[in-house]
Design a protein around this ligand. Structure first.
Ligand SMILES: Cc1cc2nc3c(=O)[nH]c(=O)nc-3n(C[C@H](O)[C@H](O)[C@H](O)COP(=O)(O)O)c2cc1C
Length: 186
């Protein structure tokens, strides 16, 4: 795909076919994350890639902070858990850049995936303690996000349709509300 088409067409995917992701595409996705910019180039990101069915099921059914809200990730062939070693980033103006570092890298991974037709969905609605327990992640590491990755199912499930409608997937506020020229509000 052309780069701009990747950006324009990307959307969160919440229903997946069980087609495996070719190794070559996975390597492309991981490399896209690896090449991201980061605070002092300290590369605090770490990713746990989960293929095992039982572990995926545990993440799907036992990691949500609201019951089983993340059940839909179970059907994706892989789940990636994006973590940060916070000692390898920094803080300026009381802003913790590990979140930025990991967010950029994870988004690059998601865009590289979408370029190959592989969907994902950024998830913040998880219980960090449970995720750490399931994956054996050390205390000092923060879990920033997780996402399923897989080829989209031809037809969205009812759940995926409902969330898209609720979250207004394609709705965005107008450019003139987010871009100010020369001074704030102009
Ligand atoms: C920081 C962040 C947290 C999110 N958390 C969740 C989540 O917990 N569950 C979920 O289904 N979608 C989650 N999303 C996906 C958003 O709902 C989605 O990006 C938004 O509705 C716009 O839709 P689109 O990605 O299809 O363009 C999250 C997205 C971001 C960036």
């Amino acid at each position: 795909m052309e780069f701009i088409d990747v950006i324009n067409s990307r959307q969160s995917v919440r229903s997946f076919s069980n087609t495996e992701i070719p190794e070559e595409f996975l390597q492309e996705m991981f490399t896209a994350a690896r090449l991201s910019p980061s605070f002092q180039n300290r590369q605090c990101w770490r990713f746990v890639v989960v293929k095992d069915e039982k572990t995926r099921s545990d993440l799907a059914l036992k990691s949500g902070f609201l019951g089983k809200v993340n059940f839909f990730i179970k059907n994706a062939p892989i789940i990636v858990v994006a973590c940060a070693d916070t000692s390898k980033s920094g803080t300026i103006n009381n802003q913790h850049y590990y979140l930025v570092d990991v967010a950029i890298a994870f988004q690059q991974m998601m865009l590289a995936a979408w370029n190959r037709g592989i969907g994902s969905c950024w998830l913040a609605a998880f219980d960090e303690k449970s995720v750490k327990k399931i994956l054996g992640i050390p205390d000092k590491i923060r879990v920033v996000a997780l996402s399923p990755f897989g080829f989209p199912k031809e037809k969205d499930t009812l759940y995926a349709k409902a969330v898209k409608t609720f979250a207004g997937s394609k709705k965005r506020i107008d450019l003139d509300r987010i871009i100010f020229w020369e001074k704030w509000g102009m």
